[in-house]
Write a protein that binds this ligand. Structure first.
Ligand code: NDP
Ligand code: AKG
Ligand code: MG
Length: 422
């Protein structure tokens, strides 16, 4: 048994690392055991007993509250801090009141500033797109700022009144349409927060030889928050990755100085030289373009709320949030918590029917992060063969003609049998 550590920016992974996990609320009871069994089978198969994950349960959410009276015990945070790499099932967040999101709290407490969510198509899965195979994007969603900071005041409270007085009397704000009944929220977006996210996105595109990074923002309306996100992103690309990127800001500069033809020629030369094109798109237009011309987008860097919406849309484009994985990562400290894109899906909880693939593919990302690529590949090829034969859980089979609907545990059994016989 050992701890994953980081040395000179490189992860040091022992053969039997302790990995803390949160089972999760709702469908967590269905998808976590399935994921764990499949991961253990793949690791056993690929490393013949030399490597093994020592799972350590830590509590959060409803299970934590039932057992300890605390939704997110300090001990859980300490475990994630100490063991560096962990994984979690989904956790419930009540709407309009009650506790704030535990998912967001974990990301903020551990400063996991990148929410990384890759979206790819699996042959055999039926989707709303004619050419889902054109979808191959990785979202880099900023994970610690924006309206997710939770700075908001409920209408009717003394705090909301105080904010209103401040805005109207000290800041000269005149445009609040219904001031007396308004709730208020604050959206902080910083230069450092933007830069570390965009840096990680560009580094990923360079390392994986991907063609572009698109900064997705709503900077025409939120000029100083999302508009600055775009400007800071371009400035960082030019300052830190000038040799490896070509930005649309640079294209604009050349166009102004030398005309559009020269700007286009510079961009063509950059593409031919294998540089990453750093461009931007306004979020609403971007969402329609992802459906109409997905091949134009590769790595997406975007503030928190946009990233949340984009994640579920891109997932739907390849079959649904049941197969959309994710990771929350601090690329400087190495801390990472892998988690599905979806939530607790309460109407399906405890019925042994939910799709484990989102959490499972998050576990695959974790194995890749640890350098245990063979185990990750074994899981992905078992999934590919199951989907290729039309075998899947209800969420995917409902769109297939003649597919075979499997329960969560049957699907896990199928994957394990494929992994162990391959
Ligand atoms: N990171 C996290 O822990 C997250 C937590 N949440 C929380 O989860 C709770 C429920 O949120 P909700 O908005 O309903 O979103 P969910 O993502 O939980 O579920 C929405 C729908 O997506 C489909 N779905 C989700 N997961 C799966 C799966 N594994 N297999 C098959 N289908 C799936 C189901 O659709 P269908 O019924 O059509 O089959 C489900 O009804 C909330 O408290 C929310 O705050 C939400 C997102 C992320
Ligand atoms: O924390 C939550 O309840 C929702 C989070 C969410 O939707 C996400 O991270 O994608
Ligand atoms: Mg979401």
């Amino acid at each position: 048994m050992g701890k994953i550590t980081i040395k000179n920016g490189k992860l040091q992974v022992p053969d039997s690392p302790v990995i803390p996990f949160i089972e999760g609320d709702g469908i967590g009871v269905d998808i976590w055991p399935a994921t764990r069994r499949i991961v253990d089978a793949a690791v056993a198969r690929c490393y013949g007993g030399k490597r093994k994950i020592e799972w350590k349960e830590v509590l959060a959410g409803e299970k934590a509250f039932r057992q300890t009276g605390n939704w997110l015990p300090e001990e859980t945070l300490e475990n994630f801090r100490e063991y560096l790499v962990g994984i979690k099932g989904p956790l419930t967040t009540p709407i309009g009141g009650g506790i704030r999101s535990l998912n967001v709290a974990l990301r903020q407490e551990l400063d996991l500033y990148v929410c990384q969510r890759p979206t790819r198509y699996f042959q055999g899965v039926v989707t709303p797109l004619k050419r889902p195979q054109d979808v191959d994007m990785v979202i880099f969603r900023e994970n610690t700022e924006d309206i997710y900071a939770g700075i908001e005041w409920q209408t009717g409270t003394p705090e909301a009144k105080k904010i209103l007085d401040f805005l109207v009397n000290e800041m000269g704000v005149k445009k609040i349409r219904f001031p007396e009944t308004s709730s208020f929220g604050i959206k902080p977006i910083s230069k450092e927060g933007t830069e570390r996210l965009v840096r990680a996105a560009i580094r990923y595109a360079i390392d994986h030889k991907l063609p572009s990074v698109t900064l997705v923002h709503k900077g025409n309306i939120m000029k100083f928050t999302e508009g600055s996100f775009k400007n800071w992103g371009y400035e960082l690309a030019q300052r830190e990755f000038g040799e490896q990127t070509f930005t649309w800001a640079e294209w604009e500069r050349i166009k102004k100085a030398e005309g559009e033809e020269a700007a286009n020629a510079a961009q063509t030369a950059a593409v031919e030289a294998g540089k990453v094109i750093v461009k931007d798109a306004i979020a609403d237009a971007f969402l329609q373009w992802t459906l109409l011309k997905p091949r134009e987008f590769s790595v997406i860097a975007t503030p928190n709320l946009n990233g949340d919406y984009i994640s579920d849309q891109l997932a739907a484009m390849v079959g649904g949030i049941g197969i959309a994985p994710g990771a929350n990562i601090n690329y400087m400290t190495g801390h990472a918590i892998f988690e599905a894109t979806h939530g607790t899906a309460p109407i399906h909880a405890g019925k042994n029917k939910a799709n484990p693939c989102s959490l499972l593919l998050s576990a695959v990302m974790m194995l890749q992060y640890m350098g245990w690529n063979e185990a990750g590949e074994a899981i992905v090829s078992a999934m590919e063969s199951a989907f290729g034969e039309g075998k899947a859980t209800y969420d995917l089979v409902r769109f297939m003609d003649g597919g075979t609907k499997l329960s969560t545990s049957e699907f896990a059994d199928l994957l394990i049998s494929r992994i162990t016989t391959n």
